[in-house]
Design a protein around this ligand. Structure first.
Ligand code: ADP
Ligand code: MG
Length: 675
């Protein structure tokens, strides 16, 4: 019996339930025990007389009237009774929980948890608690339709009761002492079953430390692995061919591109595997740097891959590279999830025997069934879309494989040191000549007409435009425009004069590719699209972008999106259409309109990231942590990182008695960092 047991060992978890749990990232008992509540409801009984209006409170009293239930509307109901507390009666209402009537008995004691309305001296009930609980906090977990709140609660309790005695101490005792942390056991106990908010806070402090510390340990371990000398990683490229290739490019490299290319070539030529992060704002021209690096690798007789997060982007890279390499002896293949079984079967042997020397693709590139002849270089485009372990999996496809990770969403230096602590960094800090920043304006939805008029002017001048919408089809997010509706609206306005196309995530891959290539070849003028276009795609003639509900995107994401236009020397425009409801939201719109500096925006993105702003967070280039927040908890992050560095700096750290459990736990839980 150990924490790494699969959840199926718990009673009540069969195959079916385990699948739904897996979707929440819960595979093992350990995952379940570290699946933390996102808030607590205070169920300790309070005096209504000292409760402020609008507060959530638990009051306890005697049921003073027979409960009544009224049904209205479709499936709606109202249950009412009076609750007598210290001689005073309070009306209680429960909406849509008619079954509670059966649990209420006249003259019996109950507790009601809900929102207190002081003016009317009444309570809007949310939970009914029959037994006396004393002081208690109810842990509320992130739940889904498939895995309900109560299920998680019950499973956590079962798991804790059964495994409590085998929860090891994973942190070295010296760290626990030094930072006054809780033991792993106490942390788990107090996070799930706190006696007071203070208990929970303390436990969360430990949980955050542990999360950062484990992450840093993983990074440090990877760094060590990568720094090992390995002759297999030497790429002896052909200088003459490389010069010839550069001369055939339709432009000359910027100084910045040249500088990072030199850094990369130097790395490739050394017996230490490269592990380099290439940062450069959208449009700064990272692809050509990758292409030169890949070509260099191929001239040495080795293979190179470029991995992109979406199929559209992979397709585009494949096409782009095929053009660039057309005069050279290079065999390119495209391998994605959409590649047909037949094409795969034909391709795989040629990847294995080295016949194909450049492979462009998605996650499919590191599947078990794919074997490389001699993988010299793996380029990972839009690297923030991949996790630490995916990067590692790609690297492990070869012997001493060099890795070039590219990203346009830079993160602040303080964070980068930890987050990408295992990598060397190159920065492109210059745009190609003649590039003008995208002129960005923010307007209210009521002004949409003027934006359409502007759009039409650009179309008449022969330009193309993107129209971006946040969600497709009917979604719960009530009044968001959806791509299909906007597509139809734009067709009605602009066709037949200007053709309108549609691109969204639920289209098949063939449909997506057709839409994208048709747009690229100017078969239609307007492309209505969801965020599937946010990364990488490159259509030079498109110079206008309209973004509906722009406030639903994060700053970095808006910057990425707008980076789809302004990819030539022509002036480009971006119109943000939004009516943000908060001050923060308005500020964000102003900032994107004013600044075209990706570094600055990513910093602001982290600072202004509101709660529930998931899209922004995902785009900010910072890995998602479960409980810790790399910005808010930066101090903890720095300390945890220092400690991880100190511990791993000793080559025999795993054998030290105080680190044995830690090493074991890390080994068991590498999967935590897969995305
Ligand atoms: P990103 O860094 O966002 O991936 P890309 O590599 O897609 O940017 O490059 C953006 C556009 O700039 C492409 O159309 C590319 O051909 C062009 N480009 C790249 N480098 C230069 C350069 N030195 N001079 C002119 N255009 C360039
Ligand atoms: Mg790119």
């Amino acid at each position: 019996m150990e924490l790494n047991d699969p959840v199926t060992v718990l009673s009540g978890v069969g195959e079916k339930k385990s699948v739904t749990l897996n979707k929440l990232g819960i595979n093992t008992v350990n995952d379940l025990l570290t699946y933390f509540p996102w808030r607590y409801d205070d169920l300790s009984v309070k005096d209504p007389q000292t409760t402020e209006s609008g507060q959530k409170v638990t009051i306890r009293g005697v049921v003073a009237t027979e409960p009544t239930v009224n049904f209205f509307g479709r499936k709606k109901s109202r249950l009412r009774f009076l609750l007598k507390v210290d001689g005073q009666t309070y009306p209680v209402t429960f909406f849509n929980q008619p079954w509670l009537k059966k649990q209420l008995e006249l003259n019996h004691e109950v507790s009601v948890y809900g929102t207190f309305d002081a003016a009317r001296q009444q309570i809007n009930g949310m939970k009914l608690i029959k037994q006396e609980l004393g002081s208690s906090f109810d842990s509320i977990y992130p739940a889904t339709k498939e895995v309900k709140q109560n299920t998680i609660k019950k499973l956590v309790k079962t798991a804790f009761d059964e495994y409590e005695s085998v929860i090891p101490e994973v942190l070295p005792e010296s760290l626990i002492q030094k930072y006054r942390l809780e033991s792993f056991h106490d942390m788990i106990k107090n996070v799930h079953f706190p006696k007071s908010p203070k208990d929970a806070d303390k436990a969360f402090r430990t949980a955050k430390f542990m999360e950062f510390f484990f992450f840093s340990m993983r990074i440090q371990q990877l760094k060590k692995m990568h720094r090992q000398e390995n002759d297999a990683s030497v790429v002896q490229y052909d200088d003459q061919l490389l010069t010839k290739f550069s001369q055939k490019l339709p432009f000359s490299l910027t100084d910045s591109q040249q500088k990072v290319t030199d850094e990369i070539l130097k790395d490739l030529n050394s017996p230490y595997p490269m592990n380099r992060l290439l940062q450069g704002d959208v449009g700064s021209g990272k692809t050509v740097v990758a292409a030169i690096s890949m070509f260099a690798t191929v001239t040495s007789g080795k293979q190179a891959v470029i991995m992109a997060p979406t199929e559209i982007l992979a397709e585009q890279h494949a096409e782009n590279l095929a053009n660039m390499f057309s005069d050279f002896d290079v065999n390119i293949a495209l391998l994605t999830g959409a590649t047909s079984a037949q094409a795969r079967r034909a391709m795989l042997p040629n990847i294995e025997n080295g016949e194909i020397n450049i492979i462009v693709g998605t996650h499919a590139l590191f599947q078990d069934s794919v074997h490389y002849h001699d993988l010299g270089l793996a380029v990972i485009d839009e690297q923030h879309r991949f996790g630490v372990n995916q990067r590692q999996a790609m690297r492990e496809k070869g012997e001493g494989t060099n890795v070039l990770a590219m990203t346009a969403t830079p993160i602040p230096r303080t964070l980068a040191i930890t987050m990408y602590g295992d990598m060397d960094v190159s920065i492109i800090n210059q745009m190609p000549n003649g590039r003008k920043p995208v002129k960005t304006t923010w307007i209210s939805a009521t002004k949409t007409k003027s934006a359409l008029a502007f759009l039409k002017k650009q179309l008449l001048a022969g330009k193309q435009a993107y129209v971006v919408t946040p969600l497709i089809e009917e979604s719960e997010a009530v009044d968001m425009k959806n791509a299909v509706a906007i597509y139809e609206r734009f067709q009605a306005i602009f066709e037949p004069e200007f053709k309108v196309g549609l691109l969204h995530g639920r289209m098949t891959n063939d449909e997506k590719n057709t839409a994208m290539t048709d747009f690229a070849s100017n078969k239609f003028s307007v492309l209505v699209a969801t965020t599937v276009i946010e990364v990488g795609v490159d259509v030079k003639n498109a110079n206008v972008m309209l973004i509906f509900d722009a406030d639903h995107f994060g700053l970095s994401q808006l910057h990425q999106l707008r980076g789809r236009v302004g990819r030539s020397s022509e002036q480009a425009y971006c119109v943000l259409i939004a009516d943000p409801k908060t001050e923060n939201g308005r500020k964000r719109m102003e900032i994107v309109a004013e600044s075209s500096d990706g570094f600055y925006l990513s910093q602001k993105d982290l600072e202004l990231r509101g709660q529930g702003d998931i899209t922004g967070k995902q785009q900010s280039g910072v890995p998602d942590f479960k409980v810790a927040d790399p910005v808010e908890d930066l101090n903890i992050l720095n300390v945890a990182n220092q400690e991880a560095q100190r511990i791993t700096s000793e080559s025999d750290w795993k054998r030290k008695p105080e680190n044995v459990q830690l090493a074991k736990y890390l080994k068991m839980n590498q999967h935590i960092f897969t995305d």
